[in-house]
Write a protein of this length. Structure first.
Length: 365
């Protein structure tokens, strides 16, 4: 049977001592409801009557500073390749990154997460291309730093784009091994930092990787490079279009359930997040986004650390598919879906809708 965790509120009493937490839900007593007020003296619709009033009492707002734009980069020159499963999203060769960053930066988007589509010829069981200092991701970092030195650059630490097995770690005898994978992730993180990456985002879900990466970065002289850990990353079916975009779907053997989290679990997300913070994470992320909005809220409420959410490729694809069929109002659901993250407590959102959302916000202002 669930037990009350006791009253919350200021010491010494007051009406807030009549608010209790039960199974992570706030239970408000009848006495508090009486103090808050009753209809018809209290009409909550009054503050909703006019647009200016609604804006004035809005508890959350969206701005371009809330967004991180994911960018897919590919080999070659002069390439802009559409991704069929993500309408409106493209892969860009390194020389084509500057215009898209320029467009987004002009709208106020502050940071960019880079994901590579690695040539199949460069994918190996040991994922050694991940720590090649001249690999595709490092060249993309240098290009953006050169053309737009004022923006932030975020790069994953994960092996799936570089592994011929399609997994986030090294595979030995059909099993994704932990400690040897972490060693490669550390080498990958250092070369990305050396190329100019501001934030390393370990997305692999190996145990102990945040602490090891922090130590590797510090030892290499990159004490100011930040870590945004994918602290609660679930073994989700919403990643399909992303895997198409980076070319890992065909390579993937089996699934990722032995290292990514079970969608049934919530408390485990807090253990994962707490461990990453203890190991040195500066920021944490929950992935996917909307299907795990409860996790975003729990992480933020529990730890108070900068918390980010990733509105993943499957979420984007669903929204666009329904909008393109005329089943949803695209402009309205774009902003509503993003506002949900802010309401849950997210400090920022990785979203393929960043440019579109900025344009919509500008049109409303």
């Amino acid at each position: 049977m669930a037990r009350s965790r006791g009253p919350i509120g200021p010491p010494g009493g007051g009406c807030y001592n009549l608010i209790f937490r039960l199974n992570n839900r706030f239970i408000i007593s009848r006495e508090v409801l009486d103090i808050i007020g009753k209809y018809p003296a209290v009409r909550l619709r009054r503050n909703r009557r006019d647009a200016w009033n609604r804006s004035m009492v809005a508890e959350n707002t969206l701005t371009p500073l809330d967004f991180i734009l994911p960018l897919f980069v590919c080999e070659g020159r002069g390439k802009t390749e559409a991704i069929p499963s993500m309408p409106g999203v493209c892969r860009y060769s390194v020389d084509q990154l500057a215009p898209i960053v320029e467009e987004a930066a002009a709208l106020g988007v502050p940071a960019y997460a880079i994901f590579p589509e690695v040539s199949p010829a460069d994918k190996t069981p040991d994922a050694r291309e991940a720590y090649n200092s001249n690999n595709l991701i490092c060249r993309a970092i240098k290009s953006i730093r050169s053309s737009h030195p004022e923006v932030g650059i975020i790069c994953d630490a994960a092996l799936d784009p570089f592994s011929s097995d399609g997994h986030d770690g090294l595979v030995v005898d059909g099993h994704v091994i932990n400690d040897a994978s972490v060693e490669i992730l550390c080498r990958q993180s250092v070369v990305q930092a050396a190329a100019g990456c501001h934030v390393i985002a370990p997305s692999d879900m190996m145990d102990g990787r945040v602490g090891a990466i922090r130590q590797a970065l510090d030892s290499a002289g990159f004490e100011d490079v930040r870590i945004m850990s994918y602290a609660a990353k679930y073994a989700s079916a919403f990643y399909g279009p992303f895997r198409d975009a980076i070319g890992s779907s065909g390579a993937l053997k089996g699934d990722k359930k032995t290292y990514q989290m079970d969608p049934a679990n919530s408390d485990e997300a807090l253990r994962e997040t707490g461990q990453d913070i203890e190991e040195g994470a500066d920021m944490v992320m929950v992935k996917p986004g909307l299907p795990y909005i409860d996790i975003v809220a729990r992480v933020k409420q529990t730890f108070g650390i900068p918390t980010f959410a990733y509105q993943v490729s499957g979420e984007y694809a669903m929204l666009k598919a329904a909008s393109n069929q005329g089943w949803l109002d695209n402009d309205k659901v774009v902003l509503e879906s993003l506002m949900a993250f802010k309401r849950a407590g997210a400090d920022g959102i990785l979203t393929y809708l960043a440019i579109e959302a900025c344009q919509l916000l500008k049109a409303k202002s």
